[in-house]
Ligand binder design. Structure first.
Ligand SMILES: Nc1ncnc2c1ncn2[C@@H]1O[C@H](COP(=O)(O)OP(=O)(O)OP(=O)(O)O)[C@@H](O)[C@H]1O
Ligand SMILES: [Mg+2]
Length: 260
């Protein structure tokens, strides 16, 4: 059975897609099979992993079609570029901006739609990674209903704290209401960690430690130009600069998910 991990934070640009890309690489390059589901209308994860930076993919079936028209999963997933071994991608796309209007929000089945849609992936993959948009919307609730656990990158900024708390609240509601009793928090981790923001980060880390205790993971993803360089050449930083501190930090993060 696959382990499903939702990477979530309401705040934009904190490294959600980067985490999905690096986890897919770290797990896939060790021989695990990975499905990346891009739930973001920006489709950054799909463009990166499919090797199509800058290209529109809106004429192809994507996760919107899966959720609204129910084609087979295997008609929608496609192999990632060679840089991400053993990885398939279900693309996101701009149509996702209209998902709330296209699905009956108040029908009890709507929250479970993604979980049901992804059920065939449970046997076909070792990991399912869900990349979320910077919003707390229906898609976030659907992803947290489908996931085994959720992982929250944060850049330590004050604006992101409220969003993180809200994610934990949604998760608690899904657990207590029975929509997803087994949902677990895989942790909160700090991204964009660097000298330039060292003082603010120190304060943020204190707050995060108080709030999340052991759920605050020790891995700190450094802020480095290597992230953008790797993105520009269409590679995970784990492959582009395997000896760099950022690659090591993501490998350590991935190790949390390689349980027996
Ligand atoms: N550790 C890092 N150091 C420097 N830049 C980074 C780092 N991680 C990611 N970036 C860059 O920051 C930008 C935002 O990262 P990313 O797309 O992963 O964030 P996101 O949370 O998925 O954003 P969104 O909420 O818009 O989906 C990207 O251009 C990425 O290359
Ligand atoms: Mg993103």
């Amino acid at each position: 059975m696959a382990r499903s991990i939702a990477v979530v934070n309401e705040k934009g640009g904190v490294g959600k897609t980067a985490a999905v890309s690096e986890l897919a690489y770290a797990l896939g390059s060790q021989g695990h099979t990975v499905l990346v589901v891009d739930l973001d209308s920006q489709a950054n994860a799909s463009r990166l992993l499919l090797g199509r930076m800058g290209e529109s993919q809106d004429d192809e079936p994507n996760v919107f079609h899966l959720l609204t028209q129910s084609p087979k999963l295997s008609e929608v997933w496609r192999p990632a570029a060679d840089a991400w071994p053993n990885t398939m991608v279900i693309p996101g796309g701009v149509l996702l901006t209209g998902l709330e209007a296209a699905l009956p929000r108040h029908m009890p089945g709507t929250f479970q739609k993604l979980k049901q849609t992804l059920a065939p992936a449970q046997k076909a993959f070792d990991y399912v990674l869900l990349d979320l948009p910077p919003a707390l919307s229906l898609i976030t609730t659907m992803a947290l209903t489908a996931a085994d656990c959720y992982l929250c990158p944060t850049d330590g900024g004050a604006h992101g704290q409220k969003g993180l708390q809200q994610i934990h609240q949604i998760a608690d509601q899904l657990k207590t209401s029975g929509f997803n009793k087994r949902l677990a928090c895989a942790g909160v981790f700090v991204t964009m960690f660097g000298k330039a923001n060292a003082r603010a980060m120190k304060a943020a880390l204190r707050d995060l430690e108080t709030e999340y205790g052991a759920q605050l993971l020790a891995e700190r993803i450094p802020h480095t130009v290597k992230a953008r360089e790797a993105e520009r050449v269409g590679q995970p930083v784990g492959a582009y600069a395997p000896k760099s501190p950022i690659a090591a930090a993501y490998r350590a993060l991935a190790a949390h998910f390689k349980e027996g």
